[in-house]
Design a binder for this molecule. Structure first.
Ligand SMILES: [Zn+2]
Length: 307
């Protein structure tokens, strides 16, 4: 059997009980062998519910400590089912959909779970984009259709970066990144680009002056000017394609009801899906999300809500 479930039968075979789920987390988290975080001893007894008891200092160490599962009162199997469901819906799930399919009593629980999963979707220290990268800002959400990004209010401004693989073996759109930015000023744009894109890459933008000075930051810079006399000409078509997919997704799955302060969670989910669902490793989505859930911070309710 594969080390991760591909079909629902695999899922049931791998995770018949809560203990099986804890066992799975232990394998993923302590694949190199258990080491006690208190005394660095390597030996431990396996207790119930994913707890290892150190043979030296006798302290208990839970496999869920410091992960998004920390302190959960829900059976782990239900968590696994939520993750299974979330990764297998092509376009993702809303909190309401998750509540319905798992039979959760409260909407709030479903909402918190989805947000915890979204925090796990950003791989800590993930790679930056490289090669030829198209970059542009887009406005997301808000009640009114705003004018061209820079300076409009009531919406969230995000920088979108898209790998352009045309002319390489893979072709078309590569990986994407989003970053919420305070404004379209030069420093905000260049900080975001540096966070999302490997130095040495070629960055393609429109003629906005905020992008001036990318060369000094270690990037090749291609500027595509707007052609005033050609209204159909689009200097950043890839970004616009990705941004319109994102907006359709926000409307379709979440009915556009996303608070501006929470938008970055949704951007993370969209990015995770976009970058993985097109990869050949689609089967590994479940495995990858569990692995990342073990690396992510516990993200308690308070910090989620105040975000
Ligand atoms: Zn110990």
């Amino acid at each position: 059997m594969k080390p991760y479930p591909v079909t629902v039968i695999d899922f049931q075979d791998l995770f018949p009980t809560d203990e099986a789920c804890y066992g799975y987390l232990q394998i993923l988290r302590w694949s190199g062998g258990f080491v006690c975080p208190h005394c660095s001893h390597g030996g431990a007894w396996k207790m119930k519910k994913g707890v290892h008891r150190c043979k030296d200092c006798r302290r208990d160490v839970s496999v869920t400590a410091g992960t998004i599962f920390q302190g959960t009162r829900t059976p782990l199997r239900l968590w696994f089912q939520a993750i299974w469901y979330a990764v297998n819906q092509k376009h993702g799930v809303s909190a309401l959909g998750l509540q319905r399919i798992l039979g959760l009593k409260s909407y709030e629980t479903a909402w918190v779970w989805m947000h915890k999963l979204r925090t796990a979707m950003v791989r800590p220290g993930r790679d930056r984009l490289h090669g030829l990268v198209e970059v542009d800002e887009t406005l997301i959400g808000g009640p009114k259709p705003g004018k061209r990004g820079r300076g409009a209010s009531g919406k969230v401004l995000a920088l979108v970066a898209v790998e352009d693989r045309e002319g390489t073996k893979q072709k078309g759109i590569g990986r994407i990144r989003f970053k919420v930015i305070p404004d379209a000023s030069g420093p905000a744009l260049k900080d975001a680009i540096a966070e999302m894109t490997e130095p040495g890459s070629t960055v393609r933008t429109d003629g906005w002056k905020g992008y001036n000075g990318l060369k000094e930051k270690g990037y090749e810079h291609i500027v595509v000017q707007h052609e005033e006399e050609e209204p159909g000409c689009d200097p950043t078509p890839l970004v616009h394609r990705v941004a319109s997919l994102l907006k359709r997704w926000l409307l379709g799955i979440h009915h556009g009801r996303v608070a501006a302060s929470h938008l970055h969670y949704y951007l993370d989910e969209f990015t995770f899906r976009f970058n993985r669902c097109r990869a050949r490793s689609r089967d590994k989505l479940f495995y990858e999300l569990i692995r990342q859930a073990l690396m992510a911070d516990p993200a308690p309710l308070k910090s989620l809500k105040s975000a």
